[in-house]
Design a protein around this ligand. Structure first.
Ligand SMILES: Cc1ncc(COP(=O)(O)O)c(C=O)c1O
Length: 414
């Protein structure tokens, strides 16, 4: 019998053991200290007071959609990005396309660039959303490795060998979720060279670009970042090639509920012109952003600065607490990171990461993500969010430390 449903959609009945254990605890009313919490609206951060009032602009009552986004909203966004991403080039409003999230912007790019069965290259470890986003477009997400040496590194040879006649684009995430790896200027130039030679588009996901640990010598994975220089915005870093940078309010303004993301086209003028004309057709098919949302965007962008300031402080402070706890012998290694909202711990390989995550939940009521969620291989890795309230985070880390003190260490070998 032919299948009823498309293979692009995974079977929702399939749930992993940790998700089942969490549901069971919740059903029983047992508390969970959630160190995976990454929702900025649920961790007690400042929210600017006018956030809902901005939706009442009377201009929002008239429907006159521009598929690529309201003109005024794009001008405000271009100005805001020029301030936040100082670069050789200035963002132009006409190179911006608004979407209802960064995830939607990805799906539009996959529609733009790929036929069913085409391939895009994505990093592993990496954020699990890519495989789903690609699959829903009938596209194959092929992983290339970020390798853990003294720090996370991208070897472009590892990317080059995975390019086939069906590869259309390479995705980099900078700062990367969850490792905190970031693209250096040198890597960006080399990647653009490879892309030009193999006819690829480079998509740079920069949703965490405002959250880089510049100046933290002992955390940063790039020497230039340790010296205070942030990772480049790829779309604005050069005039050549085919580049796209992605961003969105969910991380950059702490407003995931407002559903605004964007893509910024960069590189050769002809590529930008041709891509934009096609993106306009794709966006016109959905017109997915509400008018009040787009009219509110300038105010939301203006109001986001205190949130970013506070969150940067929080990420740094929580990371310090974690680093201090793990500095005790045999508690595991906090991996270096140049930015983002996550911290990755490597443990001696006496258990796999799912066993550790399950044991930590059972014994201490603390929830972390096992590394396999993000495609980590070759070790036991746990991933924590740095967003939780400082008190919750410190308590969770203290319980994690207690767990690690009991955990067999297998001679401390990773
Ligand atoms: C690297 C990365 N890109 C994109 C997204 C999705 O962002 P949005 O909420 O705008 O779809 C996330 C969400 O966690 C992310 O981690």
């Amino acid at each position: 019998m032919p299948a009823l449903f498309s293979r692009r959609v995974p079977d929702p009945a399939h749930r992993n053991p940790l998700a089942r254990a969490v549901s069971r605890r919740r059903r029983l009313g047992a508390p969970i200290l959630d160190l995976t919490l990454a929702n900025p609206t649920q961790v007690g951060l400042v929210s600017h007071p006018g956030v809902l009032a901005a939706l009442t602009d009377p201009a929002g009552a008239t429907y006159a959609p521009d598929p690529c986004g309201d003109a005024g909203a794009r001008v405000a966004l271009a100005r805001d990005l020029a301030r936040r991403r100082p670069a050789k080039l200035k963002p132009r409003p006409q190179d911006l396309v608004l979407a209802a999230s960064t995830s939607e912007a990805y799906s539009w790019l996959f529609k733009l660039l790929c036929d069913p069965g085409d391939e895009i290259l994505v990093p592993a470890p990496g954020y699990p959303l890519f495989a789903h986003l690609a699959a829903l477009e009938g596209v194959i997400a092929v992983t290339y490795p970020l390798a853990l040496q003294d720090r996370w590194r991208l070897d472009l040879e590892d990317v080059a060998v995975r390019v086939t006649s069906r590869t259309r684009a390479v995705v980099v995430v900078s700062p990367h979720n969850p490792t905190g790896w970031t693209l250096s200027n040198g890597e960006a130039a080399a990647l653009m060279k490879l892309a030009a030679a193999r006819n690829l588009v480079v998509i740079s996901d920069e949703v965490f670009a405002d959250f880089q640990f510049t100046g933290h010598r002992d955390w940063c994975s790039l020497p230039e970042q340790a010296a205070g220089k942030p990772a480049p915005c790829l779309a604005l870093a050069g005039r050549g090639g085919r580049r796209v940078s992605l961003g969105g309010l969910s991380k950059e303004a702490g407003l995931p509920q407002m559903k605004v993301g964007w893509l910024l086209l960069g590189g050769e003028a002809r590529w930008r012109r041709e891509a934009l004309a096609r993106l306009e057709l794709i966006a016109d098919t959905y017109l997915s952003l509400a008018t009040p949302q787009q009219k509110a965007l300038p105010a939301w962008l203006r109001g986001a600065r205190p949130y970013r300031r506070e969150l940067r402080r929080r990420l740094t402070e929580n990371r310090r607490v974690l680093a201090r706890a793990l500095s005790r012998k045999n508690r595991g290694e906090l991996l270096s990171s140049a930015g983002g909202w996550s911290a990755v711990i490597r443990l001696p390989m006496v258990r796999d990461d799912q066993e550790d995550a399950l044991a930590l939940l059972r014994e201490e009521g603390v929830l972390v993500h096992p590394g396999y969620y993000y495609d980590f291989t070759g070790g036991t890795f746990l991933v924590l969010s740095l967003l939780p309230r400082p008190g919750d985070f410190a308590e969770g880390v203290a319980r994690l430390a207690a767990y690690l003190d009991r955990r067999p260490q297998g001679g401390g070998k990773f």
